[in-house]
Ligand binder design. Structure first.
Ligand code: ADP
Length: 470
């Protein structure tokens, strides 16, 4: 695909590492724009200015956001980092505990999406292409296509929309959504209308020039009823029209690097992985009362049905019998958190940490021999790629991006069924391989994998240039 232009890309996301994070969207929004900038493009990232933001933007003024039949005032803050300019949208709706989980989330992110063109104009950034991500900014393509009160130059701008997880779509009453977003009444005939309610993600599928998702396998899977969460038909239509592409995520290989990681006491690379990993394991095992002589299987995960941590917990007795120690760091579902704590009280070689702990996550990737990712579905998944980088072999369910990024018996282990017996079988294979020369080979192969963003960023840039040119 041709591309040589220096393009101006407006990238919108509800969370951006290192400023805010609950999961992989933040990693992507933190790394892809930097990779695009490194290719020579001019990138503006727009994100909410949360109360607990990790960073200090400079407030540059307010903008009037067309919202709910009138205008709402929002603050605009900026900062620059790694060749990328960041704009933060401030409003009292973001002065709360946590990023999400509030009753008015759909309105909060309608406000966010509606504020983006005004905030971009405030910093005099007129993009060539707009890239929105997940349901939180899904209203943006529709606003650009049909919304009133857009700054000059924004009406009809080409948009790319990336689906990071189709499970969360953003839904509200149809009349409310049209009123909030200040769309013309005939917007009820757009893809926003899903059986009489507003579905923000579907709205973006209909109004974006191109839709991407975060792995080739997930791009196929979401066209099936089991994976599409009701939008499978829409994805099928997009695919037929040639408007759906899967581009595998990368990871920020400067940030996720055991040879420079400040969270580790002993940094290591492929040449001294054994010593570095043994040190990390010894420290972690001591802290959690685990036996450092045993192989360590770990998981770092949101606790949600999607992630299959319940499957892992159900397999723990067998894993312990196979000789593993098991450590899970996770936050989310309260019932799963309680199950983890309960199991930890019963089984001395199982440890559970509930909460979100970035530093501990780094130390776990370094200490783990195996990182389990037993997801029921997985759009891309980043933890298996981080594991590769830290010389932990991923043990993954063969789905979505896990299938596209882990090669069974070369740099990890995979299993097919979302069931304890299937996970247990794959773990048995890992047990038999552990401590053999084959393990070392697999570990070296894992650490040698290139999960950097460079190639995928090129693919996004090529896509933008086709859209901008077309
Ligand atoms: P998700 O579906 O949650 O976005 P990904 O695998 O794409 O899953 O990304 C998960 C990201 O969040 C990784 O950077 C991982 O290290 C991090 N993470 C997940 N849970 C925790 C936790 N409890 N504490 C610290 N980091 C976590």
């Amino acid at each position: 695909m041709p591309y040589t232009l220096r393009m101006r890309v407006l990238f919108a996301a509800a969370e951006v590492h290192p400023f805010s994070k609950t999961g992989g969207l933040a990693d992507v929004a933190g790394a892809l724009p930097v990779a695009l900038a490194a290719l020579g493009h001019e990138v503006l990232v727009v994100t909410p200015w949360y109360r607990d933001l990790n960073g200090a933007p400079l407030w540059i003024g307010d903008v009037d956001v067309p919202l709910s039949g009138g205008f709402e005032t929002a603050g605009v803050g900026t900062l620059e980092r790694d060749g990328v300019r960041y704009v933060f949208i401030g409003h009292e709706a973001f002065q709360r505990d946590g990023l999400y989980g509030h009753a008015d989330d759909v309105w909060r992110f309608a406000l966010f999406s509606r504020a983006i063109p005004q905030a971009a104009q405030r910093v005099q950034f007129l993009p060539d292409v707009v890239h929105a991500n997940d349901w939180h900014s899904a209203a943006l393509p529709l606003i650009l296509e049909r919304g009133w009160h857009l700054p000059p130059g924004f009406s009809g701008l080409p948009a790319v929309f990336t689906v990071h997880n189709v499970q969360f779509q953003g839904e509200s009453g149809l009349d409310e959504a049209i009123f909030w977003l200040r769309l013309p009444a005939d917007a009820d005939g757009s893809w926003l209308n899903r059986f009489g309610t507003a579905n923000f993600m579907q709205g973006a599928l209909g109004s974006s020039h191109h839709v991407t998702t975060v792995s080739p396998t997930y791009a196929r899977e979401i066209q099936e009823p089991g994976f599409g969460f009701g939008l499978d038909g829409s994805f099928g239509t997009l695919a037929e029209e040639g408007r759906l592409t899967g581009i595998l995520n990368g990871i920020d290989t400067r940030y996720w690097d055991p040879s420079t990681d400040p969270h580790l006491d002993l940094q290591y690379g492929p040449g001294d992985a054994a010593a570095g990993k043994a040190d990390a394991k010894k420290r972690l095992a001591r802290h959690f009362g685990l036996d450092p002589e045993r192989p360590l299987m770990a998981a770092v995960s949101r606790l949600a049905e999607q992630k299959g941590i319940d499957i892992l917990l159900a397999t723990v007795p067998e894993l312990l019998q196979q000789g593993w120690s098991v450590l899970v760091l996770g936050s989310g579902d309260a019932e799963l958190e309680e199950r983890m704590r309960h199991l930890a009280r019963q089984q001395p070689q199982f440890a559970a940490v509930t909460g979100f702990d970035e530093s501990l996550a780094h130390r776990i990737y370094a200490a783990a021999d195996v990182l389990a990712v037993p997801s029921r579905f997985e759009p891309c998944g980043l933890t298996q790629m981080i594991a590769h980088r830290y010389g932990a072999l991923p043990l993954v369910r063969s789905t979505g991006g896990l299938r596209d990024s882990v090669t069974h018996l070369r740099d990890g282990f995979s299993f097919d069924e979302a069931a304890p017996w299937s996970l247990g079988d794959a773990a048995g294979l890992a047990t038999r391989t552990y401590g053999t020369p084959a393990w070392q080979q697999m570990q070296q192969a894992a650490m040698a994998r290139d999960h950097s963003w460079t190639e995928s960023a090129r693919r996004y840039a090529a896509l933008y240039s086709v859209i901008v040119g077309g």
